[in-house]
Write a protein that binds this ligand. Sequence first.
Ligand SMILES: C[S@@+](CC[C@H](N)C(=O)[O-])C[C@H]1O[C@@H](n2cnc3c(N)ncnc32)[C@H](O)[C@@H]1O
Length: 362
Amino acid sequence: MAPEERTEAAALLRSFERRFLAARALRSFPWQSLEEKLRGSSDSEQLLVDILQKTVQHPICARHPPSKKYTQSFVLELIRKHEAVHTEPSDELYEALAEVLTAEEPSQCHRSYVLPSGAVVTLAESTAIVSHGTTGLVTWDAALYLAEWAIKNPAAFAHRTVLELGSGAGLTGLAICKSCHPRAYIFSDCHCRVLQQLRENVALNGFSLQPEPRADTQRPLVTVAQLDWDTATTPELAAIQPDIIIAADVLYCPEVTRSLVKVLHRLSICLKDRVPDVYVAFTMRNPDTYQLFTIELGRAEISWETVPPHNRKLFPYEEGSETAMLRLRLEHQHREAWSPSPQGLCTEAEPVSCTALHHVKS
Ligand SMILES: C[S@@+](CC[C@H](N)C(=O)[O-])C[C@H]1O[C@@H](n2cnc3c(N)ncnc32)[C@H](O)[C@@H]1O
């Protein structure tokens, strides 16, 4: 193989690997490029064997497999691509299919995300984007975007106490814990099922939630906290004193957006001796919801700026999704009396309800 061809083949394999490990939609795989490679290659059988090794036979998948249906559909698609180019069936592909068909359905579906260090974050996730009445059991693009930014800016987290709001399945936090050396990391969410899954995912990635003698001071002190932005009490918030606050994909409907600003404002009142930076990453679905967020920030006297966009290279994002990030400054405030605008007053910012959001998200 010529060096150029080898580089292209390596990029193709990497793309298949990242997408398969994260159980991305099959339509998002570079099938067209694979078909072209299969046609042009003198050793297309080897290319298929390499793809199988980077996907269904990957050691990570052996330990933490995606759903059986997903693996089966993937192998069938590979067979289709092979047979579009060759008349002879491929033994390797049919053997892989037989293995999938006889395998037991895993009790949980897993998704894995490879970090630049080669470390991997593996999460048990739901196969449906909304399940148990929450969107928190899957990883959203904004979580990937925020994790990618953190990995490029580890100094923002190193030796600091990080509070994450609305952690969901835990991708961002686990990527930060594995790459950025925070001193303490507080995952939080309001939903019981999400919190349960989050605790399992923290353990799955080798972090202990038990207070333990910390022989390895490089490892962060990890906590999973139930923190509902609407009901968290002042003593609960005052006990945290974070150096940095982050949140991903929490601007998806007006009610949630108002609650988020409310809790940020209340956190600012509880601050003792620090001015934490707050990073909020979001997917641009409805500009009105984003606008509502900035209006509410203005009312709560929280200043903000846009974080320059970064390349989305590390993780397999949804095609066509548009992600962005704001940096807020949480100066200490004394004004207890502020309250979010009542629903219905921000007329231009209101058209999406939380229920409608679930359709927008899908
Ligand atoms: C769309 S999910 C995002 C999860 C994760 N950050 C990600 O991007 O993959 C929104 C998360 O915010 C949480 N959430 C929504 N309203 C909340 C509230 N009032 N208090 C705390 N968490 C809330 C949900 O439970 C859910 O886990």
